[in-house]
Every structure is written in structure tokens, then in C-alpha cells.
Write a new protein. Structure first.
Ligand code: RTP
Ligand code: MG
Length: 140
């Protein structure tokens, strides 16, 4: 087992419903440690850059509008197999398909407003962490 870092976003549907603490508790209870955290309001440019891999997907424009519709909390999470562990705690993209007890099953509103983002690979985690955090903002 390897200690990893992954990148998480608590999305605008969750911050709007004051669920930052509830979501963070589920991440912590799942064995992850928050080693960096900040609340920001993403610009359109930041959202489009962050979701660049999805640029050709039909949901890209709506997704960027949603992600800039309110504050988000960007976090770096650390723990054993953190990338995969975080994806387990989050649950499936579509909350209708998410397992019981996952963040998306408990809190998500829809496939788009699904409360959290989590990196899908260790490689992307590094890219995404660097997109939002300076090294000195991460305290392990
Ligand atoms: P994420 O990147 O946010 O952790 O979620 P994911 O890997 O489970 O999902 P992904 O396929 O990467 O999609 C990124 C985000 O786009 C929104 N989405 N909307 N309307 C739709 O059909 C649709 N599909 C995806 C979701 O907010 C999803 O998390
Ligand atoms: Mg994804």
C-alpha cells in the first residue's frame, strides 16, 4: 500500500447547501486526511482549463457554468491509495448508480450537481493539485 495524494473539489451544489463539513467528514471517516484546503469561486477560464479533457463532450458548457455558479472548496487529500479510496468514498458519477453510504448517494442532486470531484489517476492528481495549489500551501 502506498501513501498518495489526490485532488478533491466540493462542488457548488454542496457548498450552497452548507455541506462542506459533512462532505469533509465523510472523506476523513474514509481514511483520508485534508492536507490543503481553500474556498474559491472558480473563473470561467479556470473551469474550462480544469475540464479541458471534456471540451468535446456535450455536457462541457453546462458543467463549466455549474462549476462557476457558486463557491467550491478545493482540497488535497492524503492517505493509503488515496486516489482509488477517494473514488470509493465519492461513489458513481450518477448518484442513481452510487453505492449506499457514498457521498454522491447521500448528497448529490443529479449527474451534474454531484457534490464532489476526485482525480481519476495518480498522474491526473498531480496535474490537478498543481493547477490549484502552490507547494507551500500543502502541509502534510
Ligand atoms: P469528477 O471528474 O467530477 O470527479 O467526476 P467523474 O470522474 O465521476 O465524471 P466525469 O466523467 O469525469 O465527468 C465530470 C463531471 O461532469 C459532470 N457530468 N455531467 N450531464 C452529464 O451527462 C454529465 N456527465 C458528467 C459531472 O459533474 C461529472 O462529475
Ligand atoms: Mg472525472
Amino acid at each position: 500500500m502506498a501513501t498518495e495524494r489526490t485532488f478533491s473539489i466540493i462542488k457548488p451544489d454542496a457548498t450552497r447547501r452548507n455541506l462542506t463539513g459533512a462532505v469533509t467528514k465523510m472523506l476523513e471517516d474514509g481514511g483520508l486526511r485534508v492536507v490543503a484546503s481553500k474556498r474559491i469561486h472558480m473563473t470561467r477560464e479556470q473551469a474550462e482549463g480544469f475540464y479541458g479533457v471534456h471540451r468535446e463532450r456535450p455536457f462541457f458548457n453546462d458543467l463549466c457554468t455549474f462549476m462557476t455558479s457558486g463557491p467550491v472548496v478545493v482540497q488535497v487529500l492524503e492517505g493509503e491509495n488515496a486516489v482509488a479510496r477517494n473514488r470509493e468514498i465519492m461513489g458513481a458519477t450518477n448518484p442513481e448508480n452510487a453505492d449506499e453510504g457514498t457521498i454522491r448517494k447521500v448528497h448529490a442532486e443529479s449527474i451534474e450537481a454531484n457534490s464532489v470531484h476526485g482525480s481519476d489517476s495518480l498522474e491526473n492528481a498531480k496535474i490537478e493539485i498543481d493547477y490549484f495549489f502552490k507547494p507551500e500551501e500543502i502541509v502534510g
